[in-house]
Design a protein around this ligand. Structure first.
Ligand SMILES: [Ca+2]
Length: 144
């Protein structure tokens, strides 16, 4: 429910109450300010000569909050705390390639998961990645 009140700000009397409007709003909550569209609304009464109030409104989540209720917090990280971005709709963490875990804080040991990862080379695990060291007589590129 949104309520707006109007007062006269003249210099003759105190700020007199002129009118009160009330409206029940059903608006879309957008994930961010950049995506939020303005909605144009009018508050008016159907009887008599009552003033109307026209306004525009847009609702969006604070930065790093997601879902239509803005109740899921996620802040993208690429540090010791974790390696992830945030899904724009759900706010769920999306791990960078090479990381796993609830906070994407655990390195994936690609070499132990796939013994054929480097064909004719030696696989060397590293944080968030791996390297293939080619055997003598072989050249090539690894693909992540
Ligand atoms: Ca790794």
């Amino acid at each position: 429910m949104m309520v707006a009140e109007a007062y006269d700000h003249d210099r003759f009397t105190s700020n007199d109450h002129m009118h009160t409007w009330g409206i029940r709003l059903r608006e879309t909550v957008y994930p961010s300010r950049d995506q939020a569209h303005w909605a144009y609304r009018v508050m008016s009464q159907s009887y008599g000569k009552r003033p109307s109030l026209a306004f525009k409104i847009r609702l969006y989540c604070d930065p790093d909050f997601y879902t239509s209720k803005c109740n899921v917090y996620c802040k993208a990280e690429d540090s010791w705390k974790g390696h992830y971005t945030c899904d724009k709709a759900s706010g769920q963490k999306v791990c960078h390639p090479g990381w796993e875990g609830s906070n994407c804080e655990n390195d994936i040991d690609e070499c132990s998961r796939d013994s054929n990862l480097c064909n004719h080379g030696t696989c060397v695990n590293s944080l968030g990645s791996y390297t293939c060291l080619c055997q003598d007589g072989y050249i090539g590129k690894q693909e992540l």
